[in-house]
Ligand binder design. Structure first.
Ligand SMILES: Cc1cc2nc3c(=O)[nH]c(=O)nc-3n(C[C@H](O)[C@H](O)[C@H](O)COP(=O)(O)O)c2cc1C
Length: 343
């Protein structure tokens, strides 16, 4: 077992007494330093674990979800823990500081978090500069969004700017239209708005493929709070646009499963165990509606190898974790990678 795996269970009670965002900053710094000192050793994936998805070779099926490394400063250390992919961001064209603190809350009774971070990030250019000196063999996705003060009418320009900037350094680019913490962002999941946005980005992708002589997959990240009709409409557009992949899902604005909790009234996206069922239902619906060739990245409520296996059985090619790492720590990575994910 590597140092972070052994240390996390010991440090967790101390970290959990700290404000959640401070604990995140502390952990991130400690992980970065441990990695720089060569103290992080990879969980050896089972033989033949590497998989080809979207034309990319993923060392294994488990990745880090967006939001943990918003600035692309720690991706190599996360990958060194054994993750096959790291999705950095969400990154916006201009830097922004996000919502006032406190904006991240733990609900340990439910293995859940509520966050309203609001895309705090150093801006796409700063992240791209870091990614130019790539220090990992894992897949690195770049997740992009719009600035909070860009009106939805101009959102396409924000995404186009970030897409162009990310293109040379990203293995894939994820379009985030599903965060609940940027006003109006989820409206971009409406059929017409999405057709306009994805149409522009697909054309940009074709142009950049010519220019750079390499094709970067375009992936769309969706919310779990959509009814049957909305999901059908979205799937129609995603099929029409022939996107390269879909991420299901982001956090939920629902408070189902945590009613009565003293923090349930906090505004923001709920993640972890309470979002699992919704994410799984979305995954299942999308798997039925999307073209067979479109891979789905399953995320939301993976807290064990069994949860990961369930998403694989519902049709996810790849998996991502965030909240599970807060509550289970690096041992979750070993748990998932040692579970049979070949369905
Ligand atoms: C504190 C926090 C910040 C997040 N920030 C982002 C983000 O910037 N962009 C994004 O696409 N998703 C973001 N997410 C959503 C996660 O990537 C993931 O989709 C969601 O939390 C569900 O997975 P989980 O239950 O494993 O956490 C964030 C989640 C949390 C808890």
């Amino acid at each position: 077992m590597s140092l972070p795996e052994r240390l996390y269970p010991v440090l967790k009670p101390w970290l959990f007494r700290m404000d959640a965002e401070r604990a995140h900053e502390w952990t991130t710094r400690a992980l970065r330093w441990s990695h720089a000192l060569g103290l992080v050793s990879r969980v050896a994936p089972p033989d033949g674990a590497s998989v080809q998805v979207m034309g990319l070779s993923f060392p294994n099926r488990l990745g880090l979800a967006a939001g943990m490394d918003k600035s692309a400063s720690t991706y190599a250390a996360w990958a060194a823990l054994g993750l096959g992919a790291v999705e950095v961001g969400t990154l916006t064209p201009r830097p922004q500081s996000g919502n006032p603190r406190p904006r991240l809350f733990r609900l340990p009774e439910h293995d859940a978090l509520i966050n309203r971070m609001g895309f705090n990030n150093p801006g796409i250019a700063a992240a791209v500069a870091r990614l130019k000196h790539r220090r990992t063999s894992a897949i690195v996705g770049v997740n992009i969004g719009k600035n909070f003060d860009t009106p939805n009418e101009d959102a396409v320009e924000d995404y186009r700017t970030a897409f162009r900037a990310a293109y040379p350094v990203a293995d894939y680019i994820a379009i985030n239209i599903s965060s609940p913490n940027t006003k109006g962002l989820r409206d971009l999941q409406g059929e017409e708005a999405m057709r306009k946005l994805l149409g522009t980005l697909r054309r940009e992708q074709e142009r950049l493929t010519e220019e750079h002589r390499v094709r970067r997959p375009l992936v769309v990240k969706l919310a779990p709070d959509l009814d049957g009709g909305q999901v059908e409409g979205i799937a129609r557009v995603l099929n029409e646009m022939a996107v390269d992949g879909v991420i299901a899902t982001n956090t939920t604005i629902s408070r189902e499963g945590i009613t009565g909790h003293p923090l349930a009234h906090e505004t923001g996206g709920l993640s972890g165990a309470p979002v699992r069922e919704r994410s799984d239902l979305m995954l299942q619906a999308l798997r039925m509606l999307l073209r067979e060739a479109t891979p789905i990245i399953g995320v939301g409520g993976i807290l064990s190898g069994t949860d990961a296996q369930a998403k694989r059985r519902l049709g996810a090619e790849l998996l991502q974790v965030y909240t599970g790492l807060v509550f289970r720590g690096p041992p979750l990575i070993r748990d998932v990678l040692q579970t049979d994910l070949e369905v």
